[in-house]
Design a protein around this ligand. Structure first.
Ligand code: TPP
Ligand code: MG
Length: 575
């Protein structure tokens, strides 16, 4: 006789997660979620118990990015949810597939001054694609199904979803005949096929264009092979962005990341694939892109019409769109091969001279090493299958450019400092065969520093490198350059190695660049490990030079801002 299925509410929730491939729930305990907490292990789901709810959501976010599955965070009522908000906001802006589960006081105590009672839905809603309190057990299977569909972008833009349950509901059960098996099948993402007439229109523009630039983002993950065929067929140059690093190898002749600015300004047709035209892409402004036309491709309509409309907008699975565009009959008419070759040559020359400069970067007047010395050493130890998580101000800017990351994640457009160690945990659990390195500024490390405890308890073998310049350095530079004094932006050269030692990580504090190689090698073999490396706060990163930190009026970078102002003057606008 088959055993009768337990349909208690926590069982139903746990079974739903299990069916959908959830292996880990990133969580911090509390009475309002305890019934679910105590049930997950029955279904082989491991709780990664953290030290702050914000970190739980960050971990779920990185887990989803590198696994392609949903990342689940579970937080308790009240302060558990308020603490999680930064992570939810970050997942929202990054369009990450995160599900957040919480509890609320029993319905009988609602609005009476109950413990940890605050109306979560009212403040979580604007940052989520679906957000509800489920007060009735019978509704749970359908609500879970609807939430996951939103999370994956089936019913809305992809992004975080939030469900909470009053604790009395968690102690209830779903009647057997309402636990319909259709709700307990793994969610299958729909492959949306593009409109053939739009594919033809796009192909015609692509055959005609002289200087094509392809820019990818979130929605193009997993399309590497199709993308390379597309670049070859249409003679296009290529820029990746942090959202989709690693799709095309640097050795491919289309890659021109070191001449980003000039190719953006000089192309005549830009193809965005699963990428918003956000601040990193100058909002697609004609002040920067001149009279470039856009073709916008994405499985999410939201990524086809933000800021600029395409001459063709194609909503469809990016892999399928690229496949069909590659199959289109016809020939390129006018490629500007000189532009392509010159751009590639400049990129190769710049990239290789930058690598040499990194390895020789001089110390500051304080005698402390340049942060690029760390990156140069670390590159020697990064295996091909690596994931780099970068966090910080100046240090993030150096790392984004200088590290040979195969896969990469950083705070994204929200600029959300503190993701470093938690993203490292999520990345490792999603991809346990990859070498995961977290490179972080000292200020940024501090936000989630307690997660080194989580890392040790759960034996997460990652390498954390703290570039310790005793300051929020990029902000110091803003103050020095634009305000003439330094206020509240200095930290101490605290001993993060000792902190790591207290929690049981392999650790070393390094001051001499000559010690870097050996220390990194030791750390690689003794993970989890933390290297606390003193660097000069005098080093000025590309982001500091570009004015990013001081937030110009129209554009994120000072040079783009100038162009935007000129452009607006020329068209007789207000400015
Ligand atoms: C949560 C959050 N708080 C504040 C900021 C503003 N901010 C951006 S960069 C930066 C300095 C980062 O310092 P650190 O991590 O030490 O890197 P460094 O610039 O020193 O290399 C700050 C405070 C932010 N982006 N996010
Ligand atoms: Mg710093």
């Amino acid at each position: 006789m088959t055993q009768k299925q337990n349909n208690s509410v926590p069982d139903v929730i746990a079974r739903f997660l299990k069916v959908n491939g959830v292996e880990y729930v990133f969580a911090l305990c509390g009475g309002h979620i305890m019934p679910i907490w105590m049930t997950l292990d029955k279904y082989g789901i491991t709780i990664i118990d953290v030290r702050d709810e914000r970190a739980a959501v960050f971990m779920a976010h990185a887990y989803s990015e590198f696994s392609g599955k949903i990342g689940v965070a579970m937080v308790t009522a009240g302060p558990g949810v308020t603490n999680a908000m930064t992570g939810i906001a970050n997942a929202s802006i990054s369009r990450a597939n995160v599900m957040i589960i919480s509890g609320t006081p029993p319905v009988f105590q609602e609005n009476k001054g109950a413990l940890q009672d605050v109306n979560h839905v009212e403040f979580v809603k604007p940052l989520t694609r679906y957000c509800r309190t489920i007060r009735e057990a019978t509704l749970i299977p359908a609500e879970l199904d609807r939430a996951i569909a939103h999370c994956y972008g089936h019913l809305s833009e992809p992004g975080p979803v939030y469900l909470d349950f009053p604790t009395n509901v968690l102690r209830d059960a779903v009647p057997d005949n309402l636990v319909l098996s259709e709700f307990f099948q793994p969610f299958e993402k729909t492959i949306s096929f593009p409109d053939p007439s739009r594919i033809n229109q796009a192909a015609n523009h692509l055959f005609d264009a002289k200087r094509i630039l392809v820019i990818t983002g979130r929605g193009s993950k997993g399309c590497g092979q199709e993308l390379i065929k597309f670049l070859d067929k249409y003679h296009a140059l290529y820029l990746d962005t942090g959202e989709s690093r690693g799709l095309v190898p640097d050795s491919h002749s289309s890659v021109v990341s070191s001449v980003r600015g000039s190719v953006m300004e000089n192309s005549d047709l830009i193809v965005t694939i699963g990428r918003k035209l956000d601040f990193q892409l100058a909002f697609g402004s004609p002040a920067i892109f001149n009279d470039t036309k856009f073709i916008r491709i994405s499985d999410s309509a939201h990524e086809t019409r933000d800021n600029r409309k395409g001459i063709v907008e194609i909503v469809g699975d990016p892999k399928e769109c690229l496949n069909q565009l590659v199959k289109c009959g016809g020939k390129k008419k006018n490629t500007d091969t000189k532009w392509m070759n010159d751009s590639r040559e400049k990129h190769v020359a710049r990239a290789s001279s930058y690598k040499i400069k990194m390895s020789e970067a001089p110390s500051g007047s304080d005698g402390l090493m340049h942060p690029n010395r760390i990156l140069s050493s670390l590159n020697k130890f990064l295996p091909k299958d690596n994931i780099v998580i970068a966090d910080g101000g100046d240090f993030l800017s150096f790392a984004r450019i200088g590290l040979d990351a195969t896969k990469y994640l950083d705070p994204g457009s929200l600029g959300c400092l503190g993701i470093g160690s938690p993203f490292g945990v999520g990345a490792y659990l999603a991809s346990p065969n990859s070498f995961v390195a977290v490179v972080t500024g000292d200020g940024s490390f501090g936000f989630s520093a307690m997660e080194i405890d989580t890392i040790v308890r759960h034996k997460i073998p990652i390498l954390i490198i703290v570039a310790n310049n005793g300051s929020w350095a990029i902000e110091v530079k803003d103050q020095q350059e634009n305000h003439g004094k330094v206020v509240g932006t200095k930290l101490q050269f605290s001993n993060y190695a000792k902190m790591a030692s207290a929690f049981g990580l392999h650790n070393e504090r390094i001051e001499d660049p000559e010690d870097l190689d050996q220390a990194i090698e030791n750390a690689v073999h003794n993970r989890p490990a933390l290297l606390d490396i003193l660097v000069t706060p005098e080093a000025v990163s590309a982001d500091a030079k570009s004015g990013l930190a001081w937030v110009p009026d129209y554009q994120p970078l000072a040079t783009w801002n100038e162009k935007e102002i000129n452009f607006r003057k020329n068209i007789g606008n207000k400015y």
